[in-house]
Design a protein around this ligand. Structure first.
Ligand SMILES: Cc1cc2nc3c(=O)[nH]c(=O)nc-3n(C[C@H](O)[C@H](O)[C@H](O)COP(=O)(O)OP(=O)(O)OC[C@H]3O[C@@H](n4cnc5c(N)ncnc54)[C@H](O)[C@@H]3O)c2cc1C
Ligand code: FES
Ligand code: FES
Length: 466
C-alpha cells in the first residue's frame, strides 16, 4: 500500500507504483492545477513539491510529477498548487500577477511551486538562487522578463525568512496554509521503508526510465530504490569518498565533502538538467542509463571512481571505466545493483575541471563534454585522468591521452601532442548534435580549455592554435 500525504489529505492506495504521480494527482484525485505539458521533464508545468522527514524536520524540494513513479511518493508530503492556496493570493502568487509574469497561465502553477520550494529551502534567498529554482520551468507567453521581475520581488520578500525554520516563517507570513505545521508529525506515522516486491526492474529517480519506457514501468514489478535511506549517504573514509547510489545530483553539488575537494562543483552541476531533475536523478541512474554523454559518468570517470555492485550477499568492486562495455552495454549482471560509488580522495595538489557544450546552456544534454583530473608537482603532471562524452559509443575514459601526459612537463607543445593522441582515441559519429568533424573540433577546444583553466600561466590559447 502506497501511503503519503497529498496536500492536507492522507492517501493510502494500491494503485500501481509505476503510475505517474501526475496522473494520480489529476485523474484519481481530480486536482487539475498541476498541468501536463511535455511529460518528459522539460517544461516544468507539472512541478510539485516533495517533503521528506529528515532528522525530525520536513525538507521540501521541487520535482516533476510527470516522471515520478507513484511508489516514490510513499512516506512523503506531496504538495500541488491546490495545497498552497489560501483565501487570498500568497505573496508568491501575487508577485506573479503584479509583475505580469502570468498570461495564459498554463505554466504558472509550476512556477509558483518552484518559487515556493525556493522559499522553503533552509538557506538565505538571493536573486540568483530564485532564478535557479525556476531553471526547469518554461513559459511560452511572457518572454521571461516579467518572470525575472517576479523573481526579484519574491527574493526581496524571502530575504526576511527565518532559515532555521522556513516552514513556520512561511506559514506565519501567509505564504502557506496552517496545515503545513502538522505535516512532520503526520509523516512520522508512515512506515518509510516499505518492502515492495523485489524484482529485476530497478528504478531510482525515474528521470531516465519514465521518459524512455513509461508504459513498461506502468506495468512492471518494480524495485524502488528512491526511498532507501541506506543508499543516500556521502561519507569520507579510508582515503576515499563514498557516495550512495541513491544520492541525487543536488545532494552531490551541495555536499560539503565534495565541495571541500572540488570547490567549483556547483558551477559544473548547474549545467546538468534543471533543479527539479537534479532533485530526482541519481548518480547510479546516470551511470546505468549508459548514455555516451551522461554528465555524471564523465565527471566520475575522470575522478577514477569505482562502483560497488551488490547481489544478495556478493559484492564486486570494479573501476567505472571498465563498467561501460559497448553502446548501452554494461558489466552489470542480472540481479546486481550499484550499492555505492567510491572515489579516491583527491590529493592536495590536484585540479579538476569539467566542460560541457550543448545547443542551449541550460537544461540541455551535451553535444560533447569532458572532465579532467590532474595531480601537479609544480609544472610536472604526476597523475592525469581525462574523460569525454559524445565522441564514442560509451562515456569514454581517454586512457592513451591520460597515460601520455603522465610525467610530462606542461607546455603548449605537450598539450598539442596530447591532442593528436586524443584524436586517435575517439570515434565520434554525425548525429543531431553535430557532425563527427564538429565533435572532434569541439573536444579539442574543451581539452585546450582544461589546460588554459588549470595552468593559465603556462598555457596560452594563441600558442595552442598557432
Ligand atoms: C529533462 C531532463 C534533462 C536531463 N538532463 C541531463 C543532463 O543534462 N545530463 C545528464 O547526464 N543527464 C540528464 N538527464 C538524464 C537523467 O536525469 C540522469 O541520467 C539521471 O541521473 C538518471 O537517474 P535516475 O535515478 O532518475 O534514473 P532512473 O530513471 O531511475 O534509472 C535509470 C537506469 O538506471 C538503473 N538504475 C538506477 N539505480 C540503479 C542502481 N543503484 N543499480 C543498478 N541500476 C540502477 C535503472 O534500472 C535504469 O535502467 C536528463 C533527464 C531529463 C528528463
Ligand atoms: S509535463 Fe513537462 S515537465 Fe512534466
Ligand atoms: S503564461 Fe502562458 S505559458 Fe507561461
Amino acid at each position: 500500500m502506497i501511503t503519503f500525504i497529498l496536500n492536507n489529505k492522507t492517501i493510502k492506495t494500491d494503485t500501481h507504483p509505476g503510475t505517474t504521480l501526475l496522473d494520480f494527482i489529476r485523474y484519481t484525485e481530480n486536482l487539475p492545477g498541476t498541468k501536463i505539458g511535455c511529460r518528459e521533464g522539460d517544461c516544468g508545468a507539472c512541478t510539485v513539491l516533495e517533503g521528506t522527514l529528515v532528522d525530525g524536520k520536513v525538507k521540501y524540494k521541487s520535482i516533476v510529477s510527470c516522471l515520478t513513479p507513484l511508489g516514490n511518493a510513499h512516506g512523503k508530503h506531496i504538495v500541488t498548487i491546490e495545497g498552497v492556496n489560501l483565501k487570498d493570493l500568497s505573496p508568491i502568487q501575487k508577485a506573479m500577477v503584479d509583475d505580469s509574469a502570468t498570461q495564459c497561465g498554463f505554466c504558472t502553477p509550476g512556477f509558483v511551486m518552484s518559487f515556493t520550494g525556493h522559499g522553503l529551502a533552509e538557506e538565505k534567498s538571493t536573486y540568483n538562487k530564485a532564478i535557479a529554482a525556476i531553471s526547469g520551468n518554461i513559459c511560452r507567453c511572457t518572454g521571461y522578463k516579467s518572470v525575472e521581475k517576479a523573481a526579484d520581488t519574491i527574493n526581496e520578500l524571502l530575504k526576511l525568512k527565518d532559515i532555521k525554520d522556513p516552514i513556520k516563517w512561511m506559514v506565519e507570513n501567509n505564504f502557506l496554509p496552517h496545515y503545513f505545521l502538522e505535516i512532520g508529525s503526520r509523516l512520522k506515522e508512515i512506515e518509510v521503508n516499505p518492502t515492495f516486491k523485489n524484482s529485476s526492474k530497478i528504478i531510482a529517480g525515474g528521470t531516465d526510465l519514465m521518459v524512455q519506457k513509461p508504459e513498461e514501468i506502468a506495468n512492471a514489478d518494480l524495485n524502488l530504490l528512491y526511498n532507501r535511506t541506506d543508499l543516500k549517504a556521502i561519507d569520507e573514509k579510508n582515503n576515499s569518498i563514498q557516495i550512495g547510489s541513491g544520492v541525487n545530483a543536488t545532494e552531490i553539488m551541495n555536499s560539503s565533502i565534495i565541495q571541500k575537494h572540488i570547490p567549483d562543483i556547483a558551477s559544473y552541476f548547474k549545467l546538468i538538467s534543471s533543479q527539479q531533475i537534479r532533485n530526482m536523478g541519481t548518480i547510479a541512474g546516470n551511470f546505468v542509463n549508459a548514455s555516451p554523454i551522461a554528465d555524471l559518468s564523465i565527471i566520475f570517470l575522470a575522478l577514477n571512481a569505482s562502483i560497488i555492485l551488490k547481489e544478495s550477499n556478493n559484492k564486486r568492486n570494479i573501476p567505472l571505466r571498465n563498467f561501460f562495455l559497448d553502446y548501452k552495454k554494461l558489466d552489470l549482471k542480472d540481479g546486481e545493483f550499484i550499492e555505492y560509488i567510491s572515489v579516491p580522495t583527491p590529493k592536495k595538489n590536484t585540479k579538476f575541471n569539467f566542460e560541457k557544450v550543448s545547443k542551449r546552456t541550460h537544461l540541455d544534454i551535451a553535444s560533447v563534454n569532458s572532465a579532467i583530473h590532474v595531480t601537479l608537482n609544480e609544472d610536472i603532471i604526476e597523475e592525469c585522468s581525462i574523460s569525454a562524452g559524445g565522441v564514442s559509443a560509451i562515456p569514454k575514459y581517454l586512457k592513451e591521452t591520460s597515460d601520455y601526459l603522465q610525467g610530462k612537463k606542461i607546455t603548449n607543445g605537450t598539450i598539442i601532442k596530447a591532442n593528436e593522441i586524443l584524436q586517435q582515441e575517439i570515434t565520434p559519429i554525425s548525429d543531431v548534435r553535430g557532425s563527427a568533424d564538429y565533435k572532434r573540433l569541439l573536444l579539442r577546444q574543451l581539452f585546450f580549455a582544461h589546460f588554459i583553466k588549470i595552468c593559465p600561466t603556462s598555457i596560452t590559447l594563441k600558442e595552442l592554435l598557432s
